[in-house]
Design a protein around this ligand. Structure first.
Ligand code: BG6
Length: 471
């Protein structure tokens, strides 16, 4: 059975993040951000985690693809025009913190940092924080970041609340479980990234996020301020209760912990157990009763989440093949195919994700990232026939329709990297997600010209038909 009854006001669109497409990394007073010092390569997180890593940019040794991005900073009008030609009802992007507050701890914003004039869904912080906050303050484990983020959030919310209804506070906040560099600014040489430090940083981010919700609602109670989670539907390898329990615990630790705090406004019942398993106690963290009250009084309005793949947990057997994944690697699922980067493609897992999240939280869901990272090769006529991407997206949209049939309240869909951009995990350009091809290679060579892929016209039809024509 196929169910494709999308609500009339369903938000079809696309998603990007400032640091992965803007480029212009030092223009108009922008400061350096953590993304600007991440070298290209699959080992980019290992490199920045070496104890002697000193945050300098060494162009003789590394490439820094975020410096140029896809030059969206200078071409945004052309790009937005293409999005509007596809019929986008919304566009999710992030505001570069280091463009508005170059070092992050200033009182006065950089006046030339404000540039956009579209109807957006805004991520306040997407894998980008001023580098100064990392080198001087040690990243999010430092409680002073709450006041700096609060000031940044207040600045952008106050500036844009009349034009922007939908906001998200931190991109994939739970991804710090695996890689705390991009979202928390924690690395070996600024105090380490052990689990207690990550949880302290999370607590500070939860408080900062609650401030953003409070400030947003004070400006306009109708503003919708959401959290943003990396969701990977997680299965047990088999029916062994030991694996089932491990799956439950992985779900608690990875998929649910941050959402439980941000949506329900309080730490979940399993908090003490989770922390004990990681060698510390809740009371080891630096927190106050006022902060807990703030969390309780200002939960998020909706749950934004990314979904690319599912994961498998297995504790008993150790002979199964390993695969890669979205900041999570794991065991190969014999029932699924994987992308060229080893991410296991699982449309039905998306329907399960919707049901799990909606049953748990009963708040509207917004799938703000989904897509297939693939190598696209223009043919002899320069056309990009990305039928594999269409196939991936079609199957996921069908499962979105099925989830609505299941009773889930789904606000919208913004596939990731609607225009090709720099990969977050590897800094590659060759890992493409877009409906729009950008002529730029991994070495930074290319005209930067934009071309419509086959999926461009397909997605245009999907939106025009409100999801009924997936043809
Ligand atoms: C998500 C991030 O993890 O996945 C994006 O929010 C990222 O920033 C996207 O780009 C795809 O991951 P990657 O590593 O293929 O760029």
């Amino acid at each position: 059975m196929t169910y494709l009854n999308f609500p009339k006001n369903f938000l079809w669109g696309g998603a990007t993040a400032a640091n992965q497409l803007e480029g212009a990394y030092q223009e108009d007073g922008k400061g350096l951000s953590i993304a600007d010092v991440l070298p290209q390569g699959k080992d980019r997180f290992t490199i920045v985690n070496q104890p002697d890593f000193n945050w300098t940019i060494d162009k003789s040794k590394y490439r820094y693809p975020n410096h140029q991005g896809i030059d969206h900073y200078h071409r945004f009008k052309e790009d937005i025009k293409l999005f509007s030609e596809m019929g986008f009802k919304c566009y999710r992007f992030s505001i570069a913190w280091s463009r508005i507050f170059p070092e992050g701890d200033e009182k006065t914003p950089n006046a030339s940092g404000f540039k956009y004039d579209i109807e957006p869904v805004v991520t306040i912080s997407h894998y980008e924080m001023p580098l100064h906050l990392v080198t001087k303050y040690g990243g999010w484990k430092n409680k002073r970041l709450i006041e700096f983020y609060k000031h940044f959030a207040e600045t952008v919310l106050t500036r844009y609340f009349k034009q922007v209804k939908y906001w998200m506070t931190f991109n994939e906040i739970n991804s710090a479980w695996a890689f705390p560099v991009m979202s928390q600014g924690l690395v070996a040489n600024n105090g380490g990234n052990d689990k207690q430090t990550i949880f302290q940083a999370w607590h500070n981010q939860f408080v900062a996020s609650a401030w953003a919700v409070k400030i947003g609602h004070a400006l306009d109670p109708k503003l919708q301020v959401g959290c943003m989670l990396l969701y990977a539907t997680t299965y047990s390898y088999d029916a062994n209760p030991v694996d089932q329990l491990a799956t439950l615990q992985q779900n608690q630790a990875f998929n649910f912990f941050c959402g439980d705090v941000q949506v329900r406004g309080e730490y979940p019942a399993y908090t003490d157990a989770l922390m004990a398993d990681n060698g510390f106690k809740f009371t080891d963290l630096d927190f106050s009763a006022e902060e807990l009250t703030l969390l309780k009084n200002h939960p998020v309005d909706y749950i934004g989440f990314s979904y690319y793949m599912s994961a498998v947990v297995e504790t008993v057997e150790k002979e199964h093949a390993e695969v890669g994944g979205n900041l999570l690697s794991g065991i190969k699922n014999p029932f699924l195919k994987a992308s060229e980067w080893g991410w296991q493609i699982d449309p039905i897992g998306l329907r399960i994700a919707f049901n799990q999240l909606y049953e748990r939280y009963r708040k509207p869901l917004f799938i703000v990232e989904n897509g297939l990272g693939a190598v696209d090769k223009p043919d002899a006529d320069g056309k990009i026939k990305d039928d594999y991407r269409i196939d991936y997206l079609k199957q996921h949209i069908e499962q979105m329709g099925a989830a609505i049939h299941d009773g889930v309240d789904l606000m919208g869909y913004t596939p990731w990297g609607c225009i090709d951009l720099v990969s977050a995990s590897s800094g590659q350009m060759s890992k493409r997600y877009g409906f729009i091809y950008v002529d730029l290679d991994d070495a930074g060579q290319g005209s930067l010209n934009r071309y419509k892929k086959q999926s461009f016209n397909w997605y245009q039809r999907v939106i025009a038909s409100n999801g009924t024509d997936l043809g």
